[in-house]
Structures are given as C-alpha cells and as structure tokens.
Design a protein around this ligand. Structure first.
Ligand SMILES: [Zn+2]
Ligand SMILES: [Zn+2]
Ligand SMILES: [Zn+2]
Length: 383
C-alpha cells in the first residue's frame, strides 16, 4: 500500500476539489515526536495534550481512533487522507498519522488498515516495527483484543468518534455514516442508472459474480419508473447515476439525466430516522452545462469534485462527481481551469480513452465502501 508520489508516474486518476485553492498542509516529520514517550512517562504529561501524529503541544482535536491529541495540520491531513485506498484495497496511508512511506499491513482479511514504522516505534515501543515485520500473521491495533499497546490505546467507541470527527469538520458538509463492524457488514444492494457499474463493483470485490451475492439493478431508462417500483425493487444501499458515455446515442438532453437521477434517488432514500448507511453518486461525463452543474450542486447539496485521468502531464479525460461517499473531497490539488475542461470535452469526442465511460474514472471512489459492506475476494478482473 505504498503511496505513489512520483509526479512523473505514467497514468493515474486523481481527484481535485472544484472551487477550492486550498493547499493540503503537509507538516514535515518532527524530531519532537521522539519525545512523546518521554513527555508521557517522564514528565507525566497526559497523552491527550500531545499530538500523537507529530509530537506538537498545539492540540486542536482528539485523535478519533486512539487516545491522544492532534494538532491542526495533522487533523486536516487525517481528514483528507484517512479514507483513501489503493488498488489493493488497503488504505493508502498510516491510520494514525495519515502519512508514512513504508507501511505495515494488518493481515486480518477484513481489515484495511496500515501503520507506518514511525508511529509504531514511537507509540508502541522502539523496535516494534521490526518485530511486526518478522511476524507471519500480524493483526493490527484496532483488531487485536487488547486495547493497549505501549502508549497506543484504542479508544472505546472509535467508530462513533470517527463519525463525529468528520461531522464536526466544516470542510465535510454532509453527515457521515458510522462505519460498520466486520461481523455486521452485508452485501451491498445497488441501483445503477444510465450506466452499469456491475463490472467495476465486481472487480473491487463488492459483488460476487459466482454466487450472486450482493445485487445490482441496472436501468437505462427511468421515464416510467415511479416510487412504488423503486420500493419494490429495493431497499438499496447505493444509487449510482451518470450522464451517458460519449458516442452512445442519447435521447435526452444531459440535464434530463440529472433530474431523473435526483427523482429516483428520493424514492430510494431510506426513512430519515434510520442510521442505515445509504450512499449515492452522480457522475457527469463533462456533458452538463455550467447552469446544470449549479443546479446539481443545489439539488444534491454538495459540491462536485473533478476526477482526472492523466497520462504524464496530459489530461486525457475528466468527470465531475457529486457523492456522499467518504473521502470524495479528499486529495485537494491544483485546479483545472474551466476552459481547459471545456476544450477537453470537445477534443474527447475524438479521443479513445473517453469511450470507456465515466465509471472507469470513479472506480477508486467506491473503495471507502469497504468500511460499510461485505467484501468478496475479487476474481481476476483488474481494477
Ligand atoms: Zn501534529
Ligand atoms: Zn503513522
Ligand atoms: Zn486490523
């Protein structure tokens, strides 16, 4: 799960936040961190008064998963990176500090967490990372029965804390659903409109092709669909919709897909009282007009992110995505000028990459759903 930071990496899909020039703050590793153990054991300082991610005394928040504080930059970093996953299905960064180059991976098959050497050596004890590496079947600090390991103490009700951490953050306007413990996770039930995401979800391990666990209902036309239909087919955990892939003859203006998605989404939503996780995603293949996008943001009550398919420096394809899946707003980076996207939308008519359809660009965005739904070993389909 080592993050690929190489800017010259050949081809990648990246997520940027539209309408924000905010730079992600990345504090350099602090030498003071070595002093955490000394401050707690020698100076009798409470660990809640120290940032367990960097050793700073400027504590702003409590760490949601483990006892200890967090300074402001480390809190922002955690918010932006905690729900990012790599293709292998593991989290991209350390679940304590949300950084780290080399990561220890939990070998509990249902766990996706990683830990950096520095966190483990600083908080659990010097030399721990080496011992963990030498172990054949290591289970992590959130999965181990014992809540305390050195200075690292798992919080009680850390899932509630994680939800509260995101809900308190003004940068994450939509309420987050509490993550689901492994033994309670059920196969996901999906309603897929105008574009079929079965292949993507099967490849990611959310649907099982053999036994048919997990279900997906695909509709390419919803003109005559009424509330009763959706209630009969449902309940659903994820509603996906998109503007149609290029070169697919479409019978309606692009805005129609947005309105129909919003209409059907209302039918599929669980009753407001429930705390059952319910996710949705609408993807625009750069077909909506600027006015349509403003309407989408108002209807869906969240700003879109732009996901780029880049090859070296060149942007080959892009989509706008509105969703309530955690981490959709993560990975802030440079903005793409609207003119460039407009140009891309035109050029794309000729480009081959664009013909793949919008779902291929957003595949990775489904990975945080691993915290909520049953996971099947994906069969050989590559991501
Ligand atoms: Zn810090
Ligand atoms: Zn770490
Ligand atoms: Zn684990």
């Amino acid at each position: 799960a080592a993050p690929d930071m190489d800017p010259e990496a050949e081809c990648s899909v990246d997520i940027i936040l539209v309408g924000s020039s905010e730079q992600s703050s990345t504090p350099s590793p602090e030498p003071r961190r070595d002093l955490i153990a000394y401050e707690v054991k020698g100076n009798q300082r409470a660990i809640e008064e120290l940032c367990i991610c960097c050793g700073s005394f400027q504590v702003r928040r409590q760490h949601p998963l483990f006892e200890g504080g967090m300074c402001s930059p480390c809190k922002d970093k955690f918010r932006d990176y905690f729900f990012l996953y790599d293709e292998d299905g593991y989290q991209s960064y350390c679940c304590i500090c949300c950084a780290g180059q080399t990561l220890l991976i939990c070998e509990n098959p249902d766990c996706t967490r990683c830990y950096c050497f520095e966190c483990v050596d600083t908080l659990v004890g010097p030399g721990t990372s080496g011992k963990v590496q030498a172990m054949s079947n290591w289970v992590c600090f959130l999965c181990l029965p014992s809540p305390r390991n050195g200075l690292l103490q798992r919080r009680r009700k850390w899932r509630e804390r994680l939800k509260a951490f995101y809900d308190q953050d003004p940068e994450s306007p939509l309420e987050m659903y509490k993550t689901v413990p492994v033994w309670k996770r059920e196969p996901v039930r999906v309603l897929s409109l105008f574009g079929d995401i079965r292949k993507e979800l099967t490849g990611l391990g959310f649907l099982e092709s053999v036994s048919g666990s997990g279900k997906l209902k695909y509709l390419d036309d919803v003109t005559n669909v009424v509330r009763r239909d959706v209630e009969e087919w449902g309940p659903f955990d994820l509603v996906y919709g998109c503007t149609p892939p290029l070169r697919q003859p479409c019978d309606h203006p692009p805005g129609w897909y947005l309105f129909q998605f919003h209409r059907v989404l209302q039918y599929a939503r669980p009753r407001p009282s429930g705390s059952q996780p319910f996710f949705w995603m609408f993807v625009d293949n750069l077909m909506l007009t600027e006015d349509d996008r403003v309407i989408a943001t108002r209807f869906l009550e969240t700003d879109p992110v732009t996901i780029l398919d880049t090859c070296g420096r060149a942007v080959r394809n892009a989509v706008h995505v509105w969703s309530n899946i955690p981490a959709m707003r993560s990975r802030h980076s440079a903005q793409v000028p609207p003119e460039e996207l407009a140009q891309l939308a035109q050029d794309r008519q000729r480009a081959r990459a664009a013909a793949l359809g919008p779902a291929t660009l957003v595949k990775k965005c489904f990975l945080p759903l691993r915290e909520y739904f049953k996971y099947f070993q994906p069969n050989s389909l590559p991501l």
